[in-house]
Design a protein around this ligand. Structure first.
Ligand code: NAD
Length: 482
């Protein structure tokens, strides 16, 4: 904890029953700044007794919170959003220090997180039921929406503020309590969201934050009869494991899993403009984004120019410590990811692909990998089939619409897909034919608080944000009165 950066890092602990808990002989793990590999904090892990306490207070918190009327609940969520904004710079720095992503990105993410809390603050007031037409005199047939109950949520490190805000916002907006396990890599960001809510007046116990060995925490929480819904963002294999656990208790799940975003670039576009947008989207958070554009299918008429333009931009992309304003890309989250990306690149080359930019580790200390562009990569390469989750763009040419749609849809993923075209007809067809939960046509902007965010096929089910995000935390009850 010696450096000026590290000493500015937040206090870490578990947050249970409205109190920060740490020490007491609990096991702990170091939190590392991925830009320089310095230890910036020690994160206490929840004991079984801590988890049981979080479960107990979540049950009591649910009883208290659901009894508060939605407009009052909304006021607390809105106050928390204001507090986040008032502390924007401090929290954005914290998020950058622990996640590595650029300060420009964490500032935007902070604003988005506040907006998400506000969305749920408002949407909670619209958990409408309905009254059905009678079938007999003197009867009343009502459909009402009720909060599902305590939610166990698991958020990854790639959006250290946004992922917690989405999960907490949905649960609290619907009147549920929530136990959140943010990623152990980025604990202080999730705690900052919880702190803002607590200071905004959230009753103790409505929200708890726990950390530990992910598999141990999730299996304990999901097995508890107190938990009625699970929300997970992360990899497909972990999502499948958690669904099996949830099935034991017939608990509903929201699964926001991996993607392998195809991008169709047709021959009639403004190539330079699409390149500028694509490079920015690809290297956002070092490509560690579930909706990252990954497989670029570029019409053969503009393919050579596109490859050259992408490579030139990637080579000049400023990479370094995310706290330095001049950098647009920081390090990857941990050493493991650097090794994974390196393996993907080597395999792609062995399969006949070409590295046209990057392809190698950058300076150390720090988990840096160069913005990379691969061209002409066959479908036999691992990276054409497995989510890279790193700063690698894969470019391949195509010649006709039907075959490129077939390529785009050939994987079991279905999260985000993109198409760039000047033709209204192709835009409409691409929107229809791409198998994805979210399709960007002539844009990479596919997420606002009002829009549902989620995937199809193995990319998961259920949505966060939008009216669907609230619905995930509500159950439907039919009341028939005679
Ligand atoms: P990982 O699968 O070990 O971890 C991903 C996230 O899931 C982490 O936050 C981790 O704490 C959590 N997790 C892991 N096992 C868990 C369990 N049993 N119960 C609850 N939470 C658990 O992999 P990683 O190396 O940290 O990340 C790489 C992979 O994760 C990527 O390939 C990508 O597919 C996926 N990922 C996806 C998203 C997303 O936004 N969909 C975000 C982060 C990671």
């Amino acid at each position: 904890m010696g450096t000026p950066v590290a000493s500015a890092y937040a206090e870490l602990g578990l947050f249970i029953g409205g109190e920060m808990v740490s020490g007491g002989g609990r096991k702990s793990s170091p939190v590392i700044n991925p830009a320089n590999e310095e230890v910036i904090g020690q994160l206490p892990h929840a004991t079984t007794a801590d988890l049981d306490r979080a479960l107990a207070v979540a049950q009591e918190g649910f009883r208290v919170w659901r009894a508060i009327f939605p407009d009052q609940r909304g006021k607390i969520l809105k106050r928390a959003a204001d507090l986040l904004r008032a502390r924007a710079e401090e929290i954005a720095r914290t998020a950058t220090i622990e996640s590595g992503k650029s300060i420009h990105e964490t500032r935007i993410e902070l604003g988005m997180s506040a907006a998400i809390l506000e969305w749920y603050a408002e949407e909670g007031r619209r958990a409408y039921g309905r009254v059905l037409p009678q079938r007999a005199a003197g009867t009343r047939l009502c459909v009402v929406k009720e909060p599902v109950g305590p939610v166990a949520a698991f958020a990854p490190w790639n959006f250290p503020l946004g992922n917690p805000a989405r999960k907490i916002g949905a649960a609290l907006g619907a009147g549920c309590s929530c136990i959140l396990k943010p990623a152990e890599e980025t604990p202080a960001s999730g705690l900052a969201v919880a702190r803002a809510l607590a200071e905004a007046g959230l009753p103790a116990g409505v929200l708890s934050i726990v950390f530990g060995v992910p598999q141990e925490v999730s299996s304990h929480l999901i097995a508890s009869p107190a938990i009625r819904a699970i929300s997970f963002t992360g990899s497909i294999p972990v999502g499948k494991q958690l669904m099996k656990l949830a099935a034991e208790g017939m608990k509903r799940t929201t699964m926001e899993l991996g993607g392998h975003g195809p991008v169709l670039v047709f021959g009639d576009v403004d190539v330079e403009s699409v390149l500028d947008q694509s490079v920015t989207a690809k290297y956002r958070n070092g490509g560690q984004v579930c909706v990252s554009p990954t497989r670029f299918y570029v019409h053969e008429s503009i393919y050579p120019r596109f490859v050259e333009g992408f490579a030139a931009r990637a080579k000049g992309w400023p990479v370094g410590d995310g706290l330095d304003e001049k950098n647009k890309m920081g390090p990857l989250i941990h050493a493991r990811r650097v090794a994974v990306i390196e393996g993907f690149v080597q395999d792609a080359v062995a399969c006949g692909g070409r590295v046209v930019a990057g392809g190698k580790r950058l300076r150390s200390p720090g988990y840096f990998f160069a913005p990379t562009v691969l061209a002409d990569v066959p479908n036999t390469a691992r990276i054409m089939n497995e989510e890279p989750f790193g700063p690698v763009a894969i470019l391949n040419p195509f010649s006709n619409f039907d075959s490129v749609i077939e390529q785009a849809n050939r994987l079991p993923y279905g999260l985000a897909a993109f198409a760039f075209t000047g033709s209204a007809r192709i835009a409409k067809l691409a929107g229809e034919k791409l198998e994805a939960g979210m399709v960007g046509v002539n844009t990479y902007a596919i997420s606002v608080p009002e829009s549902p965010f989620g995937g199809v096929k193995e990319s998961g089910h259920g949505s966060e944000e939008g009216i669907e995000g609230l619905e995930a935390c509500l159950v439907t009850k039919f009341i028939s009165e005679a």
